[in-house]
Design a protein around this ligand. Structure first.
Ligand SMILES: [Fe+2]
Ligand SMILES: [Fe+2]
Length: 333
């Protein structure tokens, strides 16, 4: 623990490196994120209530969604609730050290523009899924709204403190994890006979893929400037494990194990599994060439040893983990 008044040299150095990346991050806003006028919007995928045949359109939507298994639908609702807790993620990002030293939301800085534009893109995900799920008529919307309300009330802490390095590893991981979830949900929707939902999930997954690409490139730049610091941050975060964004959805409510039950279902239907967790670690370890980094200091070399073996450990863990026989559904009528 730091004593107050003591200077945290590691954090100060990380903040300095983060400020050096401002130009790169600004370029990502312009090149990887999409202008609001050109970007897809939720209404592109939803019936228009001004259409004279709106009732037929809604009926068709409901018929298509009838075949989606309850487990898949519950997973999708959980993913939607996760997306709807966006205010917590934006707050988290803006609390990171070095992201907005001017404390000005209209700053032209790359990081400040990124924070807003990334959130703005994310905002469409919860919006689209929420409206779609409402229209299926199969979801207990009041229960969903209560969970969103509670999750936002409880907040979110991925245990990265204010360290921007760990946060960028976290977001790289998490954007890939959500991409995987949405891709897998889309496939299951197609199989269940709802190609519109399939397209919706794939479109959202495409956004997550762009965000993932950007966050990974920010971290790659950190690895180039400060390999010792970068690998230490990666190790620290992985030792604490990746906290899922919606983990507090049931905390303090009538069903405190709601999140555990939701994860059991995503595991069972294959939307997000222990293998996915292991494969994401493997992917990031390969991408940032952890195994071949040279010239590291002692602590960083130990972090390297830990990280190169980590994916295998989680893979074996996932092999032993049995999918639950019975799962409890939530949020459905
Ligand atoms: Fe999202
Ligand atoms: Fe995302």
């Amino acid at each position: 623990m730091m004593k107050s008044g003591e200077i945290n040299y590691e954090l100060e150095k990380n903040i300095e490196v983060i400020s050096q990346l401002d130009g790169l991050v600004g370029e990502a806003v312009d090149n990887i994120l999409v202008d609001p006028d050109k970007c897809w919007q939720p209404s592109d995928f939803l019936p228009d209530f001004g259409d004279p045949d709106i009732h037929d359109q809604v009926k068709l939507l409901q018929q298509r969604s009838e075949g989606i298994p309850d487990t898949v639908l519950t997973s999708l609702v959980g993913n939607m609730i996760t997306e709807e807790a966006l205010p917590s993620y934006q707050t988290y990002f803006n609390l990171l050290e070095g992201i907005n030293p001017e404390r000005n939301l209209l700053s032209p800085s790359g990081w400040v523009r990124w924070s807003k534009s990334w959130t703005a893109e994310e905002n469409r995900h919860g919006d689209l899924l929420n409206k779609y799920l409402y229209m299926t008529g199969r979801v207990d919307m009041k229960a969903v709204e209560q969970t969103i309300h509670r999750l936002l009330t409880n907040g979110f802490d991925p245990n990265t403190g204010g360290d921007p390095y760990q946060a960028i590893v976290y977001t790289s991981f998490q954007e890939r994890a959500t991409k995987v979830s949405h891709v897998n949900t889309g496939k299951l929707a197609d199989i269940a006979g709802d190609p519109v939902l399939g397209r919706i999930c794939k479109q959202i997954a495409g956004d997550e893929a762009r965000h993932e690409k950007a966050y990974k490139s920010f971290m790659s730049a950190i690895f180039e400037i400060d390999p010792n610091g970068a690998i230490l941050a990666f190790e620290k975060l992985m030792r604490k494990q990746i906290v899922m964004p919606a983990v507090l959805m049931g905390e303090g409510g009538s069903n405190p194990s709601l999140f555990t039950e939701f994860s059991a279902i995503t595991q069972k239907v294959g939307i997000y599994t222990g293998w996915d967790y292991a494969r994401i670690i493997e992917h990031l370890v390969d991408l940032w060439k952890i195994e071949s980094l040279t010239g590291l200091n002692d602590v960083a070399s130990k972090a390297q040893d830990y990280l190169v073996k980590l994916a295998d450990r989680y893979m074996r863990l996932a092999d032993r983990m049995k999918a639950p026989e019975e799962v409890k559904l939530a949020w459905l009528k």
